[in-house]
Design a protein around this ligand. Structure first.
Ligand SMILES: NC(=O)c1ccc[n+]([C@@H]2O[C@H](COP(=O)([O-])OP(=O)(O)OC[C@H]3O[C@@H](n4cnc5c(N)ncnc54)[C@H](OP(=O)(O)O)[C@@H]3O)[C@@H](O)[C@H]2O)c1
Length: 305
């Protein structure tokens, strides 16, 4: 049985990637900052039956990453971007490689439309993910890692759950469209690639939900499905900034997102490889990309305020 190590398994995508890797027959090590934390979808019983093993590691601490990899004996790793790493994770990826990792699945972003080297620092979110991909190229070589490049997450809408429960959502840029890719689809693709490698020689795997939905419409839809009549109130830039800061976003990121959401360049044609990204979900999981309404229906409890 091959061993894999999943960094950040408490996360929405990585938790599903870990479960999927197990389903594909791998022994799975769960590398966590806090080994006592609950992992979504993994009960204590399932964890024991499945032979999962928890191990301490912080992606911001390369020595802890090397120690976890060595203790696991894993040759394959799933990882998030560690935001705030001044070296764009170079020391962390170098530590992974020296400790024995030969192949990495990295959760990147669709905001990189092509070559990571073409992304400018002004494109904040794309830039941070692109720099990490460039480091992966240099440390592992482009044959030895896969960058998942998912679209806008359905889970982004959880930010509005209090407003949905209260029947009024105060929102900036309700027309901004999300494809609403689900953590389940991303995690199942990530876990499959972690164990089996990519298909068709793909190195950058775009992943999208099946339809672009204006976020205001998505909120009203959630309301309908959870039994709430939701009114949308459009707010100004100042309140949008306050709202984002209150959700814990660093100010530069909050400002960047506010500008992006206000831009009109949000059509399907602006999503890199949109249809390929929708089809990739089925290519790797055998099931079509999950419809937003189906995801809400199956996850109503997440919207309990
Ligand atoms: N939101 C979007 O629309 C979007 C679009 C494209 C790409 N993305 C990418 O997807 C990511 C979010 O994925 P998600 O929803 O699955 O995330 P999530 O549920 O917020 O979980 C993030 C995970 O990362 C772990 N983590 C963070 N810093 C760490 C560190 N220094 N060392 C070890 N683990 C660390 C967290 O562990 P703890 O439990 O210890 O906190 C947690 O398990 C974004 O950060 C971005 O890179 C997002």
């Amino acid at each position: 049985m091959s061993s894999v190590i999943v960094f950040g398994p408490t996360g929405g995508v990585a938790s599903v990637a870990a479960l999927t890797a197990r389903e594909h027959g791998a022994k799975v090590f769960l590398a966590m900052r806090d080994t006592q934390k609950q992992i979504p979808g993994l009960s204590t019983e399932l964890e024991q039956q499945g032979g999962f093993e928890r191990i301490q590691a912080d992606l911001a601490n390369p020595d802890s990453v090397a120690a976890a990899v060595k203790a696991s004996g894993a040759k394959r790793a799933f990882t998030y971007l560690a935001f705030g790493a001044p070296d764009h994770m170079r020391a962390t990826f170098t530590a992974m490689k020296s400790a024995g990792i030969e192949f990495v699945v990295f959760l990147s972003s669709y905001t990189i439309a092509g070559d990571p080297k073409d992304v400018t620092p002004a494109e904040l979110i794309a830039y941070l993910h692109a720099q990490a991909e460039i480091v992966l190229d240099e440390v592992f070589g482009d044959e030895n890692y896969v960058a998942l490049r998912p679209g806008g997450f359905a889970t982004n809408l959880l930010r509005y759950k209090k407003g949905i429960a209260a029947g009024e959502v105060r929102i900036w840029a309700p027309d901004f469209q999300f494809d609403c890719i689900t953590p389940g689809d991303m995690g199942r693709v990530g876990g499959t690639i972690l164990v089996q490698g990519p298909k068709n020689g793909q190195k950058k795997v775009y992943l999208y939900g099946p339809r672009l939905i204006p976020q205001g419409d998505a909120i009203v839809t959630i309301g309908k499905l959870v039994g709430k009549d939701v009114k949308l109130t459009i707010i100004d830039e100042e309140e949008a900034l306050e709202q984002s800061l209150a959700h814990g976003f660093p100010k530069p990121l909050a400002e960047y997102m506010i500008q992006t959401f206000a831009s009109t360049s949000n059509e399907v044609t602006e999503r890199a490889h949109y249809q390929v990204g929708v089809d990739n979900v089925e290519l790797y999981t055998g099931k079509p990309s999950t419809k937003f309404e189906d995801w809400v229906e199956a996850n109503k409890e997440l919207f309990d305020a």
